[in-house]
Design a protein around this ligand. Structure first.
Ligand SMILES: Cc1ncc(COP(=O)(O)O)c(C=O)c1O
Ligand SMILES: [Zn+2]
Length: 386
């Protein structure tokens, strides 16, 4: 494997990859896995990708995990990039449909890689605070790996997520609060209980799994990145991971300097990144009274806030909020026009597209990719009364 070390995304301090690590030991910010791309490129060539397995482990050389260790995999990644036939009108719209991953969301990508590494480095009990989908994915991959999963979710998490975690053998705790309260509960108990904290961006390898979203995009579109990406942003791990992937692919010589304008899409009831972006802030303070049916966007404070805001600005993108009613309405519009039952988080991006197009922030003919991060089937509680 070609990961050489972990590096703090804020202060640059180096850490060993070969120990179970959470945050930077100096400043408490997220750690990134650094890959020796020159060495990786000896065997990883873009021409040979079509002959490789379909799962995200096709990019094995740029992922962590020693070459002789079997990954914990359920076939995650390799999802279709579907052309929107009717919704896009005068733009060239594509949907990266993540709902067909194991456990029906893109969270499978991060968990396949992070559970593989946690197992390899000796963890036996894994704990995660979750809006729902990450919990389901951890439960599945931990089961597969023969490890214990402890999932902490807000009480109002969609029923499907709660039932799924239990049926996958996880220990489920429902917390009267938000995902940040779930994270605080794990932090309080983890040392005593012997849990390894798998919170997003609080361990270095979920983002490595998520970066494969970025690796797949140019491979699926003649090695050109789109003009615009709309990403439903809670913790922002996918956005951060994709940006890392773009830099890595440029170093590998796979793509050029062009980057998409990256837009973070949030819910009006929980829009810390939108607020901070508009205010020109470097960090996003906790959003008060967070509420939205898009449970994956109900993240009032993200540890990677400074990384997300940097990417939005560097890419000339932005941040936009959408209200819940509009998400519900757009779900049916996309469903009936495109044949995909999208999740509310994905729906937020379709609604955001309309606003950005009307405001002239997306222009005629531009290629836009929307991430439908999960399946609507997991959110029946939100849709049944509509
Ligand atoms: C369906 C869905 N979309 C988007 C998100 C937000 O993802 P991220 O943490 O990468 O911002 C989540 C997180 O729970 C989710 O479950
Ligand atoms: Zn640091």
């Amino acid at each position: 494997m070609f990961v050489t070390h972990l590096e703090c995304s804020a202060c640059g301090r180096q850490h060993q990859w070969s120990r179970l690590q959470n945050l930077c030991l100096t400043c408490g910010k997220p750690l990134f896995a650094m890959v020796d791309l020159a060495a990786a490129s000896q065997t990883l060539k873009r021409e040979t990708l079509p002959g490789r397995e379909k799962s995200l482990w096709r990019y094995r050389e740029v992922l962590p995990l020693p070459g002789d260790v079997e990954p914990v995999s359920l076939g995650e990644g390799g999802t279709p990039l579907v052309r929107a036939e009717k919704f896009g009108n005068d733009i060239d719209l594509w949907i990266k449909d993540e709902s067909i991953n194991p456990t029906q969301s893109f969270k499978a990508r991060g968990m396949s890689v992070s559970v593989s590494m946690a197992k390899h480095l000796g963890a036996t009990k894994l704990a995660v605070p979750s809006a729902g989908n990450a919990g389901g994915a951890l439960a599945a991959y931990a089961a597969r790996a023969g490890l214990e999963a402890h999932v902490f979710m807000p009480c109002d998490t969609p029923q499907a997520n709660i039932i799924e975690c239990r049926e996958l053998g996880a220990h489920v705790t429902l917390v009267d609060g938000l995902i940040t309260d779930c994270g605080a509960e794990i932090a309080r108990r983890k040392v005593k209980e012997g849990w390894f904290d798998m919170s997003t961006l609080k361990e270095p390898y979920r983002v490595e799994g998520k970066k494969t979203l970025g690796y797949e995009l140019p491979e699926q579109s003649d090695w050109e990145l789109p003009d615009v990406i709309l990403y439903p942003t809670g913790g922002g791990t996918g956005l951060i991971g994709m940006w890392k992937a773009f830099d890595e692919m440029e170093t590998l010589g796979w793509i050029g300097k062009k980057r998409p304008r990256m837009f973070a899409v949030q819910a009006t009831g929980c829009a810390p990144i939108v607020r901070a972006f508009d205010a020109g802030e470097k960090n996003a303070p906790k959003f008060p009274n967070a509420h939205t049916i898009a449970s994956g966007l109900r993240v009032p404070k993200a540890i990677g806030d400074f990384l997300i805001l940097n990417i939005l600005r560097q890419s000339n993108g932005g941040a936009i909020a959408v209200d819940d009613k509009e998400m519900i309405r757009v779900t049916r519009e996309v469903g009936s026009k495109e044949g995909l039952f999208i999740c509310p988080e994905g729906a937020a991006c379709f609604a955001a597209l309309k606003s950005l197009r009307s405001a002239g922030k997306i222009r005629v003919g531009e290629r836009v990719v929307i991430f439908n991060t999960g399946s609507g089937i997991k959110y029946l509680d939100c849709y049944q009364d509509q």
